[in-house]
Design a protein around this ligand. Structure first.
Ligand SMILES: C[S@@+](CC[C@H](N)C(=O)[O-])C[C@H]1O[C@@H](n2cnc3c(N)ncnc32)[C@H](O)[C@@H]1O
Length: 146
């Protein structure tokens, strides 16, 4: 059964209000937590190394900040401008990390020349009924890999 649009809106509003405290609420400001995530971060770095990355639902860019330097570049997108405002406080280098407000389900304003996508803690928010169209839309922004 398709999920009610109000529930999706409620989730988006929830993250809007949580933006300023999101990283702390996930303990991303705790060095021991970041240390525990080191092997995950390292694996993502291997997968995106040298690539032009489209990041979906980046939030305040905790993951972006740990992987951007080995990529070609990252376009980090999120539905909520409030989360991007928090990401901007991280002062990631603008020649490698661009921030752009975008709805993951409507990516028409986004370029189509990426060769990797990153979407941490996002897929659980995609209702089953919207998964095929989300993935189809996302893949239109990715190059074929040889
Ligand atoms: C669980 S958080 C993940 C944030 C980040 N990826 C991380 O792991 O730290 C989910 C994010 O999805 C964003 N979001 C919700 N609906 C969205 C949509 N339709 N398009 C893009 N982002 C959306 C929220 O604003 C929130 O930042």
């Amino acid at each position: 059964m398709p999920i009610a649009p109000e529930l999706i809106q409620e989730m988006q509003t929830y993250y809007h209000h949580r933006a300023a405290e999101y990283d702390a609420s996930m303990d991303y400001d705790q060095p021991e937590v970041v240390a525990q995530l080191a092997c995950v971060i390292e694996r993502i770095r291997q997968l995106v190394a040298g690539k032009k990355v489209l990041e979906i639902a980046c939030g305040p860019c905790f993951w972006t900040q740990h992987i951007y330097d080995c990529t070609h570049s990252v376009l980090a997108t999120d539905y909520n401008q409030s989360t991007l405002d928090q990401a901007a406080f991280k002062q990631l280098p603008t020649d490698q990390v661009q921030l752009q407000q975008a709805n993951a389900y409507h990516l028409s304003d986004i370029p189509t020349d990426f060769d990797a996508a990153l979407a941490i803690d996002w897929l659980a928010h995609v209702p089953k009924s919207k998964m095929p169209s989300f993935l189809e839309g996302l893949h239109q922004h990715l190059h074929e890999q040889g």
